[in-house]
Design a protein around this ligand. Sequence first.
Ligand code: NAP
Ligand code: GDD
Length: 324
Amino acid sequence: MNRAFITGITGQDGSYLTEFLLDKGYEVHGLVRRSSTLNRSRIDHLAGNDRLHLHYGDLTDGVGLVNLVRSIEPTEVYNLGAQSHVKVSFEMPDYTASTNSIGTLRLLEAIRASGMSCKFYQASTSEMFGSTPPPQNEDTTFHPRSPYGASKLQAHWVTINYREAYGLFAVSGILFNHESPRRGENFVTRKITRGVAAIRAGLTDTLELGNLDATRDWGYAPEYVVGMWQMLQADEPDDYVLATGEGHSVRAFCEAAFSHAGLNWQDHVVHNDMYERPSEVDALLGDATKARTHLGWEAKTTALDLARLMVDSDSAELEMSLKK
Ligand code: NAP
Ligand code: GDD
């Protein structure tokens, strides 16, 4: 039986990947962090599936990872766990590096030391391109602009090194931003769509944001987790960019989200310096030709579709909670 081990199972991507793999008949094992309150809302609906198993652990705990890899004996490992917020990485650089860089190394080393021949997926990111101008593809020079980007670049290279040094089937998906109704509430798209829902419901009148000029290549998370799986089914391990090929500014995303709710964004959006970063990534726009050609993967949902579907979802969620 195919047996997957997923770090970051409680996150946006982890939850969609778990649904996808369970549908494919996999046994899925997930790493969950101990916290004083349960933090599993994205996978609660999957509880009770007898092919889903959760294990306490943390990417900062190497011994725990060694024990888990040995006991689970996974055929595929998806390393999605990370301190994934760019702005927070400036405030917690040490923890970000320990989780994202050394955490990846710990997991790869646990796999190597186990002697098992399982495949490994690393969640690399377009943030590694940083200030290198778009379009960006697998051959583009990296120039990260945050402790987060730098931590992910080290993890990216260590993944390549374990492939070259030990012959591990280890791949990196260099994923551009991908969003969904399950996106963390402090990433800009979700912050905007939740803000629109609250303004439409009359709960507030303003939404505070930072830099509106940055452009991003925003895709739809459920489509991107399929690409992760496809990378592990390829004949040879390799690295791939997943992106839509469309760039939109934060301002344009705002405009689309507010206008979908019949609102004018300029009446509500207020600038707050607090949300600016010490160094910004101005423009990300991916070229996913290699994934399309080699894997047959293609993004279908655009950023403007996303703005609409996320506003609808946040409005419905808010309406339900107000009724309660
Ligand atoms: P997310 O929603 O922030 O989820 C992050 C996951 O990592 C959560 O399950 C979190 O657990 C877990 N985690 C955090 N620190 C950990 C630690 N020390 N040990 C073990 N687990 C830990 O992120 P996402 O959007 O799903 O992204 C998934 C991965 O892809 C991340 O590695 C991210 O950096 C990368 N990525 C994301 C995007 C994107 O646009 N979404 C693009 C490129 C790459 P808790 O629930 O307990 O906090
Ligand atoms: N979060 C946030 N909050 N961002 C804001 C805000 C705000 O109030 N106002 C403007 N922005 C701008 C940021 O400065 C950035 O240029 C852009 O909106 C997107 O910010 P985020 O949504 O936080 O995402 P990110 O691009 O920094 O990082 C995400 O994508 C990466 C892939 O490129 C994360 O998911 C990373 O984990 C991922 O690797």
